[in-house]
Design a protein around this ligand. Structure first.
Ligand code: GTP
Length: 597
């Protein structure tokens, strides 16, 4: 295909504004799939993604479109994940395109992730075509939303396309706009091969599949390629395009987007953002590098039943095959036994992995409090990256501690603003900006990530009745007065409940945790003290009163069935408990104790 007949584009949008619906429509209109195949949302293929309505892995689909000018075009749609945790995947998917459709729900308007995503697209110089979706809704107000796009984002929205991805109305105009308004790719077919590694995943039939964007030269079956960053060479086995069915082709030329396989064993061998060239005729300069995505949120994951440890290890290995941004290593906890310390790109990423472990692998798990990575500067000049509060060095060895800070953008109807500002202030936030676009407020705060990883997002949603949207990016590390707080149950420290907290908030936090645990830990035959302590100093204390009778005591007489049922019920309850010294702590306590309300 000549370059002038190729268009590479992405769709950027806030979650739920209709990106997947529009993508499906474009596929359908260009004849990519039958209506029956359409029943499944094509691009969001994983079960969990479908259920949560979010896109995790970037996918791509090649569409053939006969335009009004009589020419046939190849349109490559690269799907980008919509969520803040996956901004890295968004940025390199965008890099492989020349343009983007900016989809905004005409009844909702611009949201925090619309901003984050469109700014990334502008950063890599993409041509942006604004598309107002859901104009079939009575609440749609395209004029207001156009004005908002111009005010808040600062791009011209006068020729925004008004559509309903649901009914199909306006969708042909989108296709024509892609041809007319997005630039064609550039490239030199005769130059040495230069391609961008956009994504990779593990396919049960094909093994590791790599998605590439070709800039110069051609890629064909049998060729020896070199990954310039990883310094590894492979022989191409299959080269193809995704329609979205994988279809082998003879070669991929400049401007094209396609996939290859090359007997690569692990996804981890394929660094996203790497430049691929031909071994015997390499290109001179690699494409600009990408920062690798590093996990920023860590937590411990333990099996409730110690016998499940090997199954958990295997399940983690399987998930990691397809997600190299998820990290894990073995960890032992005095409270929870053998498990893993895991690293994630963010909270949503954590939740997705945890849910998949429980659901797809049928494991009962205990997840400990999410923690960020602290930089600990020791008095002897050494620096430690702390992933687990339990590993905190002795305070006398510590010179100072730095923690990661983020810049958060929150958008919400102004009636919820008061509650949102209060929440940010409680979480040690520093207000940076506050502006209005119509009746929606946009506030920008700098916050310690530590205060956000736990339940900030849940609280924000409940304060704003679901109307607030949120996005963040890491900005820097700052020295703060941080201490490790331990929880002691029956005089014994429970390592899985240790947290790192700002000194000024330690007491209130400790008190709240003790109160929570008092309700979460069932009564035993003896009295149980629950304490919070910093170093050796107890800062809060509660006592769980002793239980007088055992559960079956009230079944006097000989009702054996009733008694057995009760015992069974008790046993079932126990499955979700963890024995700790003489005390049983329920699984849910490890997370619930940390919720702040
Ligand atoms: P993520 O995958 O989470 O980023 O969401 P998305 O942007 O892909 O949104 P999706 O396409 O899943 O649409 C979200 C919801 O809006 C779904 O319930 C759609 O049926 C609905 N929707 C999408 N387009 C339209 C439209 O034009 N009109 C109406 N009324 N509803 C729409």
């Amino acid at each position: 295909t000549p370059l002038k007949n190729i268009r590479n584009f992405s769709i950027v949008a806030h979650i739920d504004h209709g990106k997947s619906t529009l993508a499906d429509r474009l596929i359908q209109v260009t004849g990519g799939l039958t209506v029956r195949e359409m029943k499944e949302q094509v691009l969001d293929s994983m079960e969990l993604e479908r259920e949560r309505g979010i896109t995790i892995k970037a996918q791509t689909v090649r569409l053939k479109y006969e335009a009004k000018d009589g020419e046939t075009y190849i349109l490559n749609l690269i799907d980008t994940p919509g969520h803040v945790d996956f901004t890295y995947e968004v940025s390199r998917s965008l890099y492989a395109c020349e343009g983007a459709l900016l989809v905004v729900d005409a009844s909702q308007g611009v949201e925090a992730q619309t901003l984050a995503n469109v700014y990334q697209a502008i950063d890599v110089d993409l041509e942006i075509v604004p598309v107002l979706n859901k104009i079939d809704l009575p609440a749609a107000d395209p004029d207001r939303v156009k004005a908002q796009i111009e005010d808040v984002i600062g791009i011209d929205a006068s020729d925004a396309i008004e559509i309903s991805a649901k009914t199909g109305m306006g969708v042909p105009d989108v296709l024509e706009a892609i041809i007319a308004r997005l630039p064609a790719p550039k490239g030199d077919e005769t130059a040495p091969l230069k391609a961008l590694l956009v994504d990779s995943w593990y396919d049960p039939y094909l093994g590791v599949v790599v998605l590439v964007r070709i800039y110069d030269g051609v890629m064909k079956k049998g060729m020896r390629i070199r990954m310039m960053g990883a310094k590894a060479t492979y022989t191409l086995e299959q080269v193809g395009v995704s329609t979205p069915k994988k279809t082998p082709v003879d070669e991929l030329g400049p401007g094209e987007i396609g996939y290859f396989t090359a007997s690569i064993k692990e996804v981890a061998e394929t660094a996203v953002g790497d430049t691929i060239t031909e071994e015997k005729r390499p290109c001179e300069k690699a494409l600009p590098g990408f920062k690798p995505s590093v996990p920023v949120v860590f937590c411990g994951i333990f099996p409730v039943d110690a016998a499940d440890f090997e199954d958990l290890r295997e399940a983690m290995g399987r998930l990691r095959l397809n997600d190299s941004s998820f990290e894990y290593e073995m960890e032992t906890s005095a409270a929870l036994g053998f498990g893993f310390r895991c690293g994630f790109l963010g909270l949503l990423h954590l939740e997705i992995i945890r849910e998949r472990l429980e659901r797809e692998f049928n494991l009962d798990l205990i997840t400990t409090a999410p923690s960020v990575v602290y930089d600990i500067f020791l008095t002897d000049g050494e620096k430690i990256e702390l992933h687990n509060p339990a590993d905190m060095p002795d305070p006398v060895r510590i010179d100072h501690i730095e923690e990661p800070w983020i810049k958060a953008t929150i958008m919400a109807p102004d009636e919820y603003l008061g509650g949102i500002l209060k929440l940010c202030e409680e979480r040690r936030g520093v207000q940076k900006d506050l502006t209005y676009a119509g009746s929606r407020a946009m506030v920008v705060y700098e916050l310690p990530l530590n205060e956000v990883v736990f339940d900030f997002y849940d609280r924000l949603k409940s304060i704003s009745k679901g109307y607030a949207s949120f996005d963040y990016q890491l900005i820097d590390h700052r020295a703060e007065s941080l201490v490790k707080m331990q929880i002691l149950v029956n005089e014994e420290p429970v390592d899985a409940l240790s947290i790192i907290v700002h000194r000024d908030k330690a007491e209130a936090r400790g008190r709240a945790m003790c109160e929570k645990l008092k309700d979460l830990i069932p009564r035993h035959q003896f009295k149980i003290p629950v304490q919070a302590a910093i170093g050796g100093r107890v800062i809060a204390r509660e006592t769980i009163a002793a239980l007088r009778k055992d559960v079956t005591a009230k079944c006097y007489g000989g009702d054996a069935t009733r008694k057995r049922k009760l015992l069974e019920k008790q046993k079932e309850g126990k499955k979700k408990m963890r024995q700790f010294g003489r005390v049983e702590i329920p699984q849910e306590a490890f997370i619930k104790a940390l919720k702040i309300d």
